[in-house]
Write a protein that binds this ligand. Structure first.
Ligand code: UDP
Length: 246
């Protein structure tokens, strides 16, 4: 296990980013500037000794339930979505390595000549060696999302926290971009998120995190320093965890 700086609250975290996060101001695809900003945030956290897993969505390229997929058989469309996450993972790997961060991409759909297949023990070893591990191709199964993949890998890797880097600084009662009256929460229970159907992560991801007692922290991936702050237990985020017993 690597040495964690006195300040870090979590020893090992999984950062989930939506594909949108890599898109910058574009409508589609990847924007190297946006990816580089994220890579620098990852570097800061890594330098504090925290082990980092990454799960990146594919929505900036293809979503199984999108209009683009209309008319396609659902499983095929979802396979296409999972392949989109591999494109993002390889792109992020390239940008991270450019700034000197060692990474490995492990895909839930084996692609021997492109990246490693997902093998839990191998992923653990990479983390122990200080490499950033990027889990690609979601869960490898259609009808799931990369949110669920993130909760699954966080549980398998014994992560101390699941960090969701979003476009806004936490969970709101409604979309704050469309609704100025939306209320922001500092803290929620897993049950609150499920019963109020708050749009944070899908229900299977929340349930998986709950069963495995993994706190979820939602923060803005665009706020400089926010990722590092969250790993140190400070900064602006919404924490989702089990409600304290009364
Ligand atoms: N997907 C899937 N199984 C998984 C993960 C993802 O079938 O385990 C497909 C699904 O079609 C999804 C697409 O991959 O729409 C892209 O993932 P997601 O929508 O979670 O990306 P994000 O919204 O985070 O960018």
């Amino acid at each position: 296990m690597r040495q964690v700086s006195g300040q870090a609250k979590y020893r090992r975290v999984l950062l989930k980013l939506s594909g949108e996060g890599l898109m910058g101001d574009q409508e589609f695809g990847l924007e190297p500037g946006a990816m580089e900003r994220i890579a620098l945030e990852v570097q800061t956290v890594q330098n504090s000794g925290v082990e980092i897993c990454l799960v990146i969505g594919g929505g900036n390229i293809f979503r199984g339930l999108s209009g683009m997929a209309a008319g396609l058989e659902r499983s095929s469309a979802d396979h296409m979505g999972m392949l989109a996450t591999v494109i993002n993972a390889l792109g992020m790997q390239s940008i991270l390595e450019k700034i000197g961060i060692q990474t490995r991409v492990l895909s839930a759909i084996p692609m021997a000549t492109v990246c490693e297949p997902y093998i839990r023990r191998r992923a653990m070893r990479h983390l122990e060696k200080g490499r950033v591990v990027i889990f690609a191709a979601g869960t490898g199964n259609p009808y799931f999302t990369t949110d669920t993949a993130a909760a699954l890998r966080a549980a398998e890797m014994n992560c101390d926290a699941l960090l969701k880097g979003t476009q806004v600084d936490g969970v709101y009662s409604a979309d704050p971009k469309n609704n100025p009256d939306a209320e922001r929460y500092d803290e929620l229970s897993y049950k609150d998120v499920l019963t109020q159907d708050l749009k944070v992560m899908d229900a299977s991801a929340i349930s998986l995190a709950r069963e495995n007692k993994i706190p979820i922290l939602v923060f803005s991936i665009h706020a400089p320093g926010a990722f590092a702050d969250v790993t140190m237990g400070r900064g602006r985020s919404t924490i989702i965890k089990e409600a304290a017993e009364s």
